[in-house]
Design a protein around this ligand. Structure first.
Ligand code: SIN
Length: 405
C-alpha cells in the first residue's frame, strides 16, 4: 500500500475580485447570555468581506460573490424566517480552493487561492439547505497547517458551535494533511453538533472538479440531524468517514480517502445522508482536551523505521529538545536511542508503518516505558501525543489517553 506523500503544487492563480455581504462573525467566546447578538465586527482572520448596502438591507441566506451570478432569494423568505440550519464554513485552503491558469491544469495549480465567498456562491443550490456564513481561517496548502492555525480553527469552531442557534460547521482543507486536522478537531471540539471536513482532489478551476459536489454534500451532512454526535467527519467522493479512522490512501484518485480496517460510516447520497455506524472512542462533549487557553503545542516528531536505520535521527531530535517522538515502525538501533530519549523525559509512542492493525500493549513495552498508539497511524498519533503532552508527560497516563481516544 502506498504511503501518502505530500503533493508539490505549483502554478499560477487567477485573482478574483469579489464583493460580498459581510460574514457573520464568530465571537472568540460563546456569547453570553445566549440570546446576545453577535458583535458586528469582522474577525481578524476573515477576508474582510464588504457588504454592499443593498445586500446588507436584504441579506441572502448564502454569501454571494459579485463575480458569480447572485443566487435569487426564495420569494417571501429571509434567513431568519427560512428556518434553515445555520452552518458556518471555516476555510483553510487546499486544492478545493485551488486555482490553475487553465481548466486542464489538474495537477498544476496553487492551493488555497479561491476564497470562501466564491466557494459558496458557486453553489446557489445550497440556499435550499442551509443559512451559510463563513470565516477565512487560513488560505494555505495543508502541509503548511501548523499548531497556530489548528488552535485558531478549533477555538473559532468551538465558539460557533456554542451559539444556541448554530447547527454545524464545515471546514475546507487540503487533503494531504486533512486527517491530522480532522483528528485534532475530533479531540478538541467540545460540541456534539456536526463538524464536517471536506476537500477535493482537483482544483476549483479544473475540468471535472470534485470540490463543488464534495462541498455541497458536506453542507448537507453538517445540516443533517443524523450527523449529530458522530464526531468529526471527513467527506469526499460521497463517502463519510470518521476522523478517527480515515486516511489518505492515494496521491491522485478522487476516492483516495479510506478507513482501512473499519470502513466508512455513511454516505451522502442524492436522496439522503445516511449513517450505518459511529466511532466509540472519546470525542465531542466527552473529550478531556481543552485548547481555549493554549497558545502552542509541544513539539513532537515522527521517525520512520526501516532496515539499517541508525539512531541518528532520534539523537538529533533529543538534541533539538523535542518533547516526544512517534516511531513509525522499528529498527534495533532505536532501542538504545529511545532509552536515552526517555531518560531525558521524552515520551516515545510506538506505531506501525503497515497502515493498519493495533500495536499491542505488553509487559515488555510497559516495562520499557513506551506508549502503544493502538491502531492510530503515526501522523494521528503525533496529534494525540501533542495534546497529551500539553497535560502530562507521565507515560502511563498518556497510554490511558491512547486507549480511550
Ligand atoms: C493540500 O493538501 O493542500 C494540497 C492537496 C490537496 O488538497 O488535495
Amino acid at each position: 500500500m502506498k504511503h501518502p506523500r505530500t503533493l508539490a503544487l505549483a502554478g499560477c492563480c487567477g485573482v478574483l475580485a469579489l464583493a460580498m455581504r459581510a460574514a457573520d462573525p464568530v465571537p472568540s467566546k460563546p456569547a453570553a447570555p445566549a440570546a446576545a447578538p453577535a458583535p458586528k465586527t469582522v474577525p481578524a482572520t476573515a477576508t474582510a468581506p464588504i457588504a454592499p448596502p443593498a445586500a446588507a438591507a436584504k441579506p441572502a441566506a448564502i454569501s454571494t460573490a459579485a463575480a458569480a451570478p447572485a443566487p435569487t432569494a426564495t420569494p417571501g423568505t429571509s434567513p431568519a424566517a427560512s428556518g434553515l440550519p445555520k452552518i458556518r464554513l471555516f476555510a483553510t485552503g487546499g486544492t478545493i480552493q485551488g486555482s490553475g491558469e487553465n481548466r486542464d491544469n489538474i495537477a498544476n495549480y496553487r492551493a488555497g487561492q479561491i476564497k470562501a465567498p466564491q466557494i459558496i456562491a458557486d453553489l446557489p443550490e445550497l440556499k435550499k439547505i442551509a443559512d451559510l456564513s463563513f470565516s477565512e481561517v487560513s488560505s494555505v496548502a495543508s502541509g503548511a497547517i501548523d499548531a497556530k492555525v489548528l488552535l485558531k480553527l478549533a477555538n473559532e469552531i468551538n465558539a460557533w458551535l456554542a451559539l444556541p442557534d448554530s447547527a454545524g460547521a464545515v471546514i475546507t482543507h487540503g487533503t494531504d494533511t486533512m486527517e491530522e486536522s480532522a483528528y485534532f478537531l475530533q479531540l478538541v471540539i467540545k460540541s456534539d453538533k456536526p463538524v464536517v471536513v471536506v476537500g477535493s482532489m482537483r482544483p476549483f478551476t479544473g475540468l471535472s472538479r470534485d470540490g463543488p459536489l464534495n462541498f455541497y454534500n458536506a453542507v448537507r451532512t453538517a445540516a443533517s440531524p443524523d450527523a449529530v454526535g458522530k464526531g468529526v467527519l471527513v467527506l469526499l467522493n460521497d463517502t463519510i468517514h470518521s476522523a478517527r479512522f480515515v486516511t489518505k490512501n492515494n496521491t491522485h484518485r478522487v476516492d483516495t480517502f479510506v478507513s482501512r480496517e473499519l470502513g466508512a460510516i455513511g454516505y451522502a447520497d442524492s436522496d439522503r445522508v445516511v449513517f450505518y455506524r459511529m466511532p466509540l472512542t472519546r470525542f465531542g462533549s466527552k473529550t478531556e482536551f481543552d485548547v481555549e487557553k493554549i497558545e502552542t503545542l509541544p513539539i513532537v516528531d515522527i521517525v520512520y523505521g526501516y532496515q539499517e536505520a541508525s539512531g541518528a535521527a532520534i539523537e538529533a531530535l533529543i538534541a533539538a529538545g523535542v518533547k516526544g517522538i512517534v516511531l513509525d515502525g522499528s529498527a534495533p538501533p532505536y532501542n538504545r536511542a529511545t532509552l536515552l530519549a526517555m531518560s531525558k523525559g521524552m515520551v516515545i509512542v510506538q506505531c506501525d508503518r503497515k497502515g493498519s492493525g493495533r500495536i499491542l500493549t505488553s509487559e515488555r513495552s510497559a516495562g520499557r516505558g513506551t506508549v502503544s498508539a493502538d491502531n492510530l497511524n503515526a501522523q494521528k498519533a503525533r496529534i494525540l501525543l501533542r495534546l497529551a503532552l500539553s497535560k502530562t508527560s507521565n507515560a502511563s497516563e498518556i497510554q490511558r489517553m491512547f486507549n480511550e481516544y
